[in-house]
Design a protein around this ligand. Structure first.
Ligand code: AMP
Length: 456
């Protein structure tokens, strides 16, 4: 096993890594850091969760320290572009953590908050600027930021930036930088648009590829739950009766859907919040902090808002709705398997989502195991997926049942097995008795270990 001390990093960085409990580089770090320390351009194919932030932050910090220079007013020596504010905050935090033994100045620039503090911070110049493209361009147009002395440019999650329509801002921003710079481009996928961008901004790059879909997906215990749409809400709240669902990230397709699901959970006594683009930066950050610190048990998110969410110990990712882009499924479920940990991903699939499920299975090159055990299993939807004839939906007529809410469980409420037993009592499962335990590992029952992110 390679150690950080063997790949050319300076002592102040080794000390910072040690304080975090990290001794060995992840594969992307091991492959990129030596090239980046040499000043090479790089094309990195990797998604969040692989340790990609440190793979560029560490060599950049070392480079800045080796060549100490004061940044010019309104300028930055390093620019990192990210698609979302959340990712910008996390990248900024990583620079702070790993650079804690250096005296370097950082700034964050993103929309949704006032411009004045950002303009003031930039007035004296900084060593590292982490920015989203839209706000950066605004401040450049106002003359508050100039990029003519940038030494290193990082385009992080470039595919997502292009999905969000940032190609023109990115091109305008790059045009304002010196040609003689080091450039690093990270992307989780390689569509033609990214190849085009890479060809125009990178100079003889090394290519480092970490195959995320297979490696990440393999560590996650995935289950699909076929369910009629009208039963999804009941199924969701019942999942939380099981206390192994400690910290759940729930995905919806729309912002309104995210709000509605968070409200539903709150009403059921499950502390929750929603995070999406309509919320102010302050509200988003508060929801994230509450989730990180365990004040809420569920965070409901849309795909874009969830980009770059880096929270350790997410025990479950729950797809309340399946994404229509298969890559989003991989991104979503990857939130529960951070840096070597395993996790559980449960996906609800109604009759309209079967085609999304099949696309996802093609992309991840495996069938997602079916959970037959839950209260609302809808065999007619499953058979639809296999080419069978769809049957009319079955609405489960069940008396409302009290939920074991989280605070009660935390104080030693009903044991998990009891909750599961009560949930199943006297309800039709929609399949022959011989198949009753076919799945044998209902995701939200079996989730008990191995879900913490590895630290050190
Ligand atoms: P990233 O892919 O940059 O979003 O990083 C994913 C997670 O891995 C973050 O929580 C990092 O703090 C953590 N991490 C980064 N490098 C290492 C390492 N070498 N060993 C263990 N965890 C790491």
């Amino acid at each position: 096993m390679t150690l950080f001390s063997e790949i050319g990093l300076a002592d102040p960085l080794l000390k910072a890594l040690e304080a975090e409990g990290y001794t060995s580089p992840t594969p992307i770090q091991e492959q990129s850091i030596p090239h980046l320390l040499e000043g090479r351009d790089m094309l990195g194919l990797a998604q969040t969760g692989t340790g990609k932030t440190a793979s560029f932050a560490l060599p950049i910090l070392q480079r800045l320290d080796m060549n100490k220079q004061r940044a010019m007013p309104k300028s930055t020596r390093v620019l990192v572009l990210t698609p979302t504010r959340e990712l910008a905050v996390q990248v900024g935090q990583s620079f702070k953590t790993y650079g804690c033994h250096y005296r370097l100045r950082h700034a964050l620039v993103f929309g949704g908050v006032g411009m004045v503090p950002q303009i003031k911070t930039m007035a004296g110049g900084v060593d590292i600027l982490v920015a989203t493209p839209g706000r950066l361009l605004d401040l450049m147009n106002q003359g508050a930021i100039r990029l003519d002395s940038v030494e290193v440019l990082v385009l992080d999650e470039a595919d997502r930036m292009l999905d969000m329509g940032f190609i023109l801002p990115i091109r305008k921003i790059v045009a304002c930088m010196p040609k003689s710079r080091q450039t690093v481009l990270f992307s989780a996928t390689m569509p033609d648009s990214i190849v085009g961008l890479a060809n125009s901004v990178l100079h003889q790059p090394v290519r480092v590829e970490i195959t995320p879909a297979a490696t990440t997906v393999d560590k996650i215990d995935q289950k699909v739950m076929f369910v009629d749409r009208e039963n999804k809400r009941s199924l969701l709240t019942e999942m939380f009766a099981c206390k192994t669902v400690e910290r759940a990230l729930i995905f919806t397709r729309t912002k309104h859907g995210a709000n509605r699901v968070a409200e539903l959970l709150e009403k059921a006594g499950i502390p929750s919040d929603a995070i999406h683009g309509n919320k102010s930066q302050g509200a988003r950050q508060k929801a994230l902090n509450d989730f990180k610190d365990g004040r809420i048990r569920a965070l409901v998110a849309t795909d874009i808002a969830a980009r770059g969410i880096d929270v350790d110990g997410i025990t479950h990712v729950i797809n309340f709705e399946l994404p229509n882009e298969p890559e989003s499924y991989v991104h979503r479920i990857g939130r529960t398997a951070r840096a070597g940990a395993s996790g559980i991903a449960l996906s609800m699939c109604d009759a309209d989502e079967v085609s999304y499920l099949r696309q996802i299975e093609k992309t991840i090159r495996q069938a997602v195991p079916v959970d037959f055990e839950h209260a609302y299993h809808a065999p007619h939807i499953m058979s639809r997926g296999a080419g069978g004839k769809p049957k009319p939906p079955v609405r489960h007529q069940r008396a409302p049942q009290p939920l074991d809410t989280y605070p009660q469980q935390a104080r030693g409420g009903k044991p998990h097995g009891e909750a599961a037993g009560r949930r199943d009592a006297g309800k039709p499962s929609g399949r022959p008795a011989g198949q009753q335990t076919r799945s044998g590992n209902t995701g939200f029952r079996g989730a008990s270990s191995g879900t913490r992110a590895a630290r050190g």
